[in-house]
Design a protein around this ligand. Structure first.
Ligand code: HEM
Length: 321
């Protein structure tokens, strides 16, 4: 297991270092994937973002102002920084988390598994989680190609493979938006009542949830959701919402009567939200799969071990008893 983690760490860190180095190499090429937004309104999608050479026609009514705000264009023009940030929010955070686990180790159950299982998530919650989660992961991966592919993938690909990759990523990105939106809405509606902040959450943050293996064991108070999970939930609610609104606006510009400026602004908002959601998703996935011993069964079977509940969610466990 340890060997597998070390090998995986090595691959991810190498990937991150090599993509960062590649960014430095290709920065001088300045692909400028968003530049044509300055001359053309967006109809149906943002081809520039997808790395396509096509020029879209200006289909806005004459009454719609066409000037694009220079400041927003400035942000969109920094394509190498955008590509780097999108990559770093995934691979950089993966690399940091691997280093953290190598130094700190994972959080084991103090008293091992009790073998007694407690119901934690319903079948409906589990289905909704995986609907949103799988769509979200595919959106992040295809978004990576759309936002940073010209810098990181195109230079080492031939033209036809690059075109196929962009085309596939673009279609999958649009397709996955719908299951994601459904999963997102249901998760927010069904789980918000469990995620209300409480005063003891501050203490949880003060000792980082007790996940630091510094000798003295801390198991701060936590209800059904601990403070870290609540933070993730509300970050997901806020930035996931911005991602959905900006995505839908760009996907249906005529329905939402989008001007050039609004489309550009939505694109900035979409990219910024993506970077935040990606970084948090990586942390969430690591916490669920590696960091918290016994945590993964919660979202596969819906049950958790009694000792896991006592250690990580003591107030919820006491309430159940
Ligand atoms: C990237 C897309 C994902 C999204 C948007 C997402 C969202 C959420 C949210 C909002 C929660 C409830 C808050 C909480 O208790 O933490 C949750 C719980 C959970 N997620 Fe995810 N998730 C994603 C991916 C994953 C993946 C890939 C895994 C594991 C491979 C995973 C495992 C879990 C587990 C085990 C829980 C239950 C935690 C508990 O019972 O305390 N999630 N997820």
């Amino acid at each position: 297991m340890n060997r597998a983690i070390r090998l995986f760490s090595f691959i991810v860190i190498s990937l991150f270092v090599s993509t960062a180095a590649m960014a430095a190499d290709v920065a001088t090429l300045q692909p400028q994937q968003w530049q044509t937004i300055q001359e053309h309104a967006i109809e149906g999608d943002i081809p520039e973002l997808r790395g396509m050479p096509t020029q879209v026609e200006l289909l806005m009514p004459a009454s719609v102002p066409e000037e694009a705000d220079e400041t927003i264009l400035g942000y969109l023009g920094a394509t190498d920084s955008i590509a780097f940030l999108v990559f770093a929010s995934l691979f950089g955070v993966i690399a940091l988390f691997i280093i953290f686990i190598m130094v700190n180790g994972i959080s084991r159950l103090d008293n091992g598994f009790s073998g007694k299982m407690i119901k934690r998530w319903s079948g409906l919650s589990i289905s909704v989680h995986w609907l949103g989660a799988i769509a979200c992961i595919l959106l992040m991966l295809t978004g990576l190609v759309l936002a940073g592919g010209r810098h990181y993938f195109e230079p080492s690909m031939n033209a036809s493979s690059w075109t196929s990759l962009v085309g596939l990523s673009s279609s999958l990105h649009e397709l996955m938006a719908f299951p994601f939106i459904l999963g997102y809405i249901l998760m927010i509606l069904m789980w918000a009542p469990k995620q209300i902040p409480a005063s003891y959450d501050l203490k949880w943050f003060a000792v980082l949830g007790g996940y630091l293996n510094t000798g003295k064991k801390h198991h701060p108070d936590a209800g059904f959701a601990n403070a870290g999970e609540k933070l993730w939930f509300w970050v997901f609610a806020l930035f996931g919402g911005l991602m959905v609104i900006s995505g839908l606006t760009m996907m249906f510009p005529e329905t939402f009567v989008v001007t050039k400026n609004t489309a550009n602004l939505m694109l900035v908002m979409h990219i910024a939200s993506t970077i935040i959601i990606s970084a948090f998703s990586v942390v969430h996935i690591f916490m669920a799969t590696v960091m918290s011993e016994g945590g993964m069964s919660n979202m596969t079977s819906g049950y958790c071990d009694e000792n896991w509940a006592k250690q990580h969610h003591n107030l919820w466990f006491n309430e159940l008893k």
